[in-house]
Write a protein that binds this ligand. Structure first.
Ligand SMILES: Nc1ncnc2c1ncn2[C@@H]1O[C@H](COP(=O)(O)OP(=O)(O)O)[C@@H](O)[C@H]1O
Ligand SMILES: [Mg+2]
Length: 591
């Protein structure tokens, strides 16, 4: 997508969110016009009146018109201005802006939640976090710039023309012409800076990515004494940010020396023009005062445009990535009017499933077919990389298949709501990752309205209660980001407890007990058997003793089913499974 188009997208997303507060906007902006006109125009008009009276020594007129009243009016304009800005416009603007930012955060968050596993696999979590923040903060900077600078400039120009034109058309026209030439000039230069700004923002994203990657892998860094190498990587990223910033600075200086000299010469010309007109006696001193006050105010605002446009281009650079993500359609979507998943006895069918992780790559599964009966317990084994985890992820519909169908109780999983599908499957993933929340909350994630009693019940079944009760804060213990404060085995017991509390029709365990010592595994195994009662289950395990009692064992190799049958049948076959078993049986006794 071109950058140009993308800036438009950024604006349109911001506008879509701002529109929701139309009523507020209809109070804010007209109030601003009113306050600005009173403060910046009515007041100078009064002063100009006084000056003209003084200059023409028309003091009687001044006195007749009651000096006190005039001064009171001056004070009133001040009070009015103070009230309007401090009590009305700024608080309301602030509030509305915060509300829009709140909505933008939620839009980004909700959209990210829809994105697929692949999407997250391709990106750094840290970069995504910073992109959401930048996107939201950019709105603040953009709306500030447009409101406090551009909008006020427009009001100034219109009001100046209306007031000044009848009194001094020459000066009024001069101001308009200058603005009409100057503004596009500044904008043109700023647009030239857009690519440089985007390069700068991209460098910052990379820096954030490196920071997040190194920090989240900090234990790996330490254990491999990788600090120096990470330092070097980080150094190159921060250097890149610095270099891009300097590119921008150089360009900026070049452009601003041009626009600056134009602006300054204009300033001088307006003053000279006013003085000349005054000398020629065409104009009152009061009008000269107005011309200078208005003219200089506009010149200052025009100069501020430099800053404003700089903000605007940076904003587009910053908001670009997230806007693109918001425009990216989620890969895994529900069909229109998805049917409800009705589970009767939970048999599962893979029919001619073809799937490749990467487009155009050799598919991992080619026409893979597999039937799992009502309540059948399947053990899935095979060398790593064989596709066991992928099968479970396809069943969860974390990825879509290219061909064929996966169905549960004869309902294609592609035609049911994703949330509905996943609600019926208790899934224990290969890497047990926990929320940085309490143990109770982590377990109850499988059933949000679970009671503490239920939580402790499953914790006992999963043999997690034993270690939890010894923690100083017990079930209220926070587990650290991703659960780092627990051992691998402890984490696994928590996720098993979580799956147990969910009580779904289908159970999928991907190496769920791999980090447990064999003794704990035997204990948990019992609980898992109880859990599996009356359910359909797919259990993946490296340790074959874990699955030898399953109804059927499927041996997977390079995406193909090479053997299947019960433990005894497969041993009798003396094939791949028997081989695997031979390697492992040293430690495990068959019973
Ligand atoms: N997100 C992914 N992107 C690309 N390839 C992947 C991805 N996940 C797994 N693979 C590849 O798919 C194959 C099967 O992986 P997996 O299902 O995890 O095997 P298993 O669980 O049997 O060890 C492997 O070759 C692996 O490299
Ligand atoms: Mg795996």
């Amino acid at each position: 997508m071109s950058k140009q188009l993308n800036s438009k997208r950024v604006v349109s997303i911001y506008w879509e969110h701002s529109k929701r507060y139309k009523k507020k906007l209809w109070i804010i902006y007209p109030s601003m016009v009113l306050a600005q006109v009173v403060e910046d125009f009515i007041q100078p008009l009064i002063i100009s009146y006084i000056l003209t009276s003084l200059a023409t020594r028309n003091l009687d007129q001044l006195k007749n018109n009651n000096l006190v009243l005039i001064l009171l009016a001056l004070a009133l304009t001040e009070a009015f201005g103070l009230f309007m800005w401090n009590r009305l416009i700024i608080p309301l603007f602030w509030r509305t802006q915060e509300k829009i930012m709140r909505d933008l955060s939620m839009t980004s968050f909700d959209h990210l939640q829809l994105m697929s596993a692949r999407f997250f696999g391709d990106r750094f979590a840290g970069s995504l976090v910073s992109q959401v923040n930048k996107f939201v903060n950019s709105f603040e900077r953009l709306s500030d710039a447009l409101t406090w600078n551009v909008f006020k400039l427009i009001v100034s120009l219109v009001a100046t023309t209306i007031i000044l034109f009848p009194k001094a058309p020459q000066i009024s026209i001069a101001i308009l012409v200058i603005s009409a030439i100057y503004t596009p000039l500044v904008w043109r230069y700023r647009k030239k800076q857009l690519p440089t700004n985007q390069a700068w923002a991209a460098a910052e994203t990379e820096r954030t990515g490196q920071l997040a990657d190194a920090i989240s892998n900090i234990m790996a860094v330490k254990s491999f004494a990788g600090e120096k190498a990470e330092h070097k990587r980080m150094q190159s990223k921060v250097d890149a940010v610095f270099d891009r910033s300097m590119d921008t600075l150089r360009m900026n200086t070049r452009h601003e020396s041009i626009t600056g000299s134009v602006q300054r010469s204009i300033n001088v010309s307006v003053i000279v023009l006013s003085v000349l007109l005054a000398i020629n006696g065409n104009i009152d001193i009061g009008v000269i005062y107005l011309a200078l006050t208005f003219g200089i105010a506009i010149m200052r605002r025009l100069w501020d445009l430099n800053m404003t446009f700089r903000t605007v281009t940076r904003v587009f650079g910053d908001a670009h990535d997230m806007a693109e993500i918001l425009d990216t359609k989620p890969e895994i979507v529900d069909i229109d009017n998805p049917q409800e998943l009705e589970i009767k006895d939970a048999h599962i069918d893979f029919k001619d499933v073809t799937f490749a992780h990467e487009k155009d790559a050799e598919p991992l599964f080619k026409k893979l077919s597999m039937h799992i009966d009502n309540g059948e317990k399947i053990g899935l084994v095979g060398h790593s990389g064989g596709g066991k985890t992928t099968i479970t992820k396809l069943l969860m519909r974390f990825m879509d298949i290219q061909n064929g169908a996966i169905s549960i109780d004869d309902q294609n999983i592609a035609n049911v709501k994703q949330t509905d599908l996943r609600r019926h499957i208790a899934y224990v993933p290969q890497e047990p990752i926990l929320f940085h929340r309490t143990l109770s909350e982590n377990i109850a994630y499988g059933q949000p309205n679970a009671t503490q009693e239920q939580i402790e019940h499953v914790a006992k079944l999963a043999h997690a209660h034993e270690f939890i009760k010894d923690l100083p804060l017990g079930y209220k213990t926070l587990v650290g980001e991703r659960g780092v404060k627990l051992s691998g085995g402890q984490r696994q017991r928590i996720v098993i407890a979580r799956a147990m509390i969910k009580d779904a029709h289908i159970l999928v365990l991907d190496e769920a007990t791999s980090a447990l010592d064999s003794e704990s595994e035997v204990l948990i195994q019992k609980a898992l058997w109880t859990l599996m009662e009356g359910k359909t289950a797919i259990v993946i395990a490296h340790r074959l003793s874990t699955i030898q009692k399953m109804d059927r064992i499927i041996v997977l190799s390079e995406g193909k089913i090479i053997e299947e049958g019960s433990h005894t049948q497969l041993l009798a076959k003396k094939g791949a499974y028997a081989n695997l078993w031979k390697h492992q049986s040293g430690g495990f006794i068959e019973d």
